[in-house]
Design a protein around this ligand. Structure first.
Ligand code: ZN
Length: 222
């Protein structure tokens, strides 16, 4: 069972094993950064994966291992600590999104090259992967009703700012919606208030129901 808005464990295992596409890995790393519990599960998957590769069972951690580690860290001389890299704020990047994504974008969300996508909607294409996979940002004004559509592949939507609803499920910053390829009549509704900005992966172009939407689609390339 997957908790609402969170990545399934199989994905965390693939992520830990380095088996995801670049776009998927960025999305998972960004999603995981919001949830300390998921970070711990990734570390667990990495430990198990490493043990499997070495053909040995993972060693149980000694109960006092953490204290030992802290004691060793305490003994490190201060002057040997590497200087901290400049923070996102010092580099003029957004601080309300995970650093892994802020670094990847290299500029603030407000300064991205937003292009009109439809009424109240803008998009910014980030990368094209194999087999039609596309990584992009969606920016939709509060109160916007997204065009109803079906999918030709899985669609991953990670909220960065604002929020939206699909039926009675709300997606807020850090939550991930996974719309499977067989999900029909998908129509997210942006909640009133600030713009909703999401990091999105579409495995293949969506199929918009309205004629107008289908006419516009070739121009936006999603
Ligand atoms: Zn969809």
């Amino acid at each position: 069972m997957t908790a609402h808005g969170h990545i399934p464990d199989e994905w965390l295992v693939s992520y830990a094993a380095g088996a995801l596409s670049d776009a998927q890995a960025l999305l998972v790393a960004t999603h995981v950064d919001y949830h300390p519990g998921l970070k711990a599960r990734v570390a667990e998957a990495e430990a198990i994966g490493g043990a499997l590769l070495e053909g040995v069972a993972p060693k149980p951690m000694k109960t006092d291992a953490f204290d030992d580690l802290m004691a060793r860290i305490d003994m490190l001389p201060d002057d040997e600590e590497a200087p901290a890299p400049p923070s996102a704020a010092e580099r003029g990047l957004d601080t309300d999104i995970p650093p892994v994504l802020a670094d990847y974008l290299g500029r603030r969300l407000d300064d991205m090259n937003w292009r009109l996508m439809g009424p109240g909607m803008r998009q910014c294409r980030l990368a094209k992967g194999k087999d039609g996979e596309c990584l992009w940002l969606l920016r939709a004004r509060g109160g916007t009703v997204m065009p109803m559509h079906d999918h030709r592949g899985t669609e991953f939507t990670l909220v960065l700012r604002g929020s939206y609803h699909v039926g009675d499920q709300q997606f807020t910053p850090g939550l991930l919606e996974i719309a499977a390829s067989d999900l029909k009549d998908h129509q997210p509704m942006i909640d009133e208030g600030e713009d909703c900005i999401c990091l999105v992966i579409t495995e293949a172009p969506i199929r918009i129901h309205s004629l107008l939407g289908r006419m516009v689609q070739p121009f936006i390339g999603l």
